[in-house]
Design a protein around this ligand. Sequence first.
Ligand code: PEP
Length: 233
Amino acid sequence: MENKMIFLNHKMNLNAKEIKDYLNSFPYHNNVVICPSTIYIPYFLRKDSKIGIQNIAADNSGSFTGEVSAMQAKSLGVSYAIIGHSERRANYLETDDIVNQKVLKALENHINVVLCIGEEKRKAGFEKIIKNQIKKALINVSNFEHIYIAYEPVWAIGTGLTPTNEQIKKTVSLIKETVKKEFEFVNIKVLYGGSVNDNNIEALNQIDNLDGYLIGGASLDIEKVKKIIKVVL
Ligand code: PEP
């Protein structure tokens, strides 16, 4: 598949000096979206950069101390938002309904969405969880071409564990089929995320129905990022 995308999710990492070092050797690329801590976003603003925000508010403006809206992010030059990451679902109690509100708010502000879904444990019936997350997060959505669904099994995030290629491929097909059946949109773009690194990317990149990757831990190391880009793009 051509034109794969790589999303780099820094989460809440790197101090001011570290981000400047990182920035100095950052390999800007049309198919790489950097999602740094929100306060560092202005550092990455360049004509050729693609920037994502790790979370957005469900409202455009108002008395929401500490929040950043899609409207604000867009006005600064951000073009992607990660929504529904499992860490936000678990630590900030983001429900499918909140995730849906955020998805709609991002799209309303012309921000592309990276919608994270994934099972907590891979056990019988996990497909139902995946289908439900998709159905609920995408209620009232019409512009599916601006959405990436990131399949991120919670048990694979930051653990060094990954599903087998066959398991990922099957789940990606399930996601594409579900969006087709429920929303009549064919071939939604799907990413894989969960312990992707410079050592396993070559093997993962054999999966032929993926549209890219969402990378957490390994995205903090610029040398690993460069190796991953070399394999994927
Ligand atoms: C993530 O948090 O989205 C993620 C994929 O993290 P990691 O690559 O560290 O598993």
